[in-house]
Design a protein around this ligand. Structure first.
Ligand SMILES: Nc1ncnc2c1ncn2[C@@H]1O[C@H](COP(=O)(O)OP(=O)(O)OP(=O)(O)O)[C@@H](O)[C@H]1O
Ligand SMILES: [Mg+2]
Length: 266
């Protein structure tokens, strides 16, 4: 039977999802995807009909894969289209945790990185979540200090989880000749521990197809090995492509992640 959301209490509504209480289980909530797409911390905003369904599929297939890999995530199940059940957050951690394998995007502007530089292991950066302030970056030295001197176990776990998740997803996309370039994740506290929460969809990462059959991805700069113009992710939207084109790229991602269920995990 379909869930009647008009009768459920809305706990939170963000740019891309609505969170509803689950009257049958106070330890979980419903996460319902919306057709909205935003960029520039909400400055650019559109509705793409059908995007909620595509995002829900991508998110479901990625989280089910990560759960199989043994990552501690909030994801439980997807009882109907556009709706997932997740463990309810006890405490939000107001950070976006970014991992980068290949330098591109904002790091080229505020850092001195050369596009295509390969980071090994992937680097992790924390951004304080605040749209009006454009999600400022936390100083790396400060994070190191918190971990080393202030028992910042949550930060340590987030770094560990972020790299772990990055490597699992990088390996998964590699089966489809695609490089996971970078990625943004969110975490929260559930039952006193750090959990991967929120969503992983086309807006969470950059995906660049391989430019050739057997790319050499173990060099200092991998730009020539990758087809950045063939990008599948939300950069298409940021760069002003038509909404139809953006939708078709997100659909390609969902068509890839639907195969994650067949991947072996180790
Ligand atoms: N397991 C969870 N339990 C409760 N709330 C959650 C859970 N996972 C994610 N949320 C919350 O769902 C809300 C809606 O998500 P959405 O991504 O639409 O928000 P947003 O506009 O991006 O805002 P935010 O900057 O808070 O993420 C967010 O506040 C997010 O923290
Ligand atoms: Mg969000």
């Amino acid at each position: 039977m379909a869930i009647n959301f008009s009768q459920l209490k809305k706990l939170n509504e963000g740019k891309t999802k609505v969170i509803y209480e689950n009257p049958d289980d106070p330890k979980t909530v419903y996460m319902r995807f919306k057709d909205d797409i935003t960029a520039g911390d909400g400055a650019k905003h559109d509705i793409i009909e059908g995007k909620a369904l595509i995002d829900w599929q991508t998110n479901r297939d990625i989280f089910e894969y990560l759960n199989r890999c043994g990552v501690q995530t909030h994801y439980i199940s997807s009882p109907e289209e556009k709706v997932s059940v997740v463990k309810k957050l006890d405490q939000k951690i107001n950070l976006e945790v970014v991992s980068r394998r290949v330098a591109t995007g904002s790091i080229l502007h505020w850092g001195n990185a050369v596009e295509g530089t390969r980071y090994d292991p992937p680097i992790t950066q924390f951004h304080y979540k605040d749209d009006p302030l454009h999600d400022p970056l936390l100083d790396e030295k400060y994070v190191e200090f918190i971990i080393a001197k202030k028992n910042g176990w949550e930060y340590r776990k987030m770094v560990e989880f972020n790299v772990e998740v990055f490597l699992h997803l990088e390996r998964a996309f590699a089966h489809f000749n695609i490089q996971l370039v970078d990625m943004k994740l969110e975490y929260g506290i559930i039952d006193g521990d750090v959990y991967l929460i929120d969503e992983i969809t086309g807006g969470s990462f950059r995906l660049w197809p391989y430019a050739k059959e057997n790319p050499d991805l173990n060099q200092a700069n991998v730009l020539s090995e990758l087809d950045s113009k063939g990008r599948l992710d939300k950069d298409t939207y940021r760069m002003g492509e038509t909404l139809d084109k953006v939708f078709s790229k997100f659909a390609v991602i969902a068509n890839i992640t639907k195969n994650f269920k067949d991947l072996k995990v180790n």
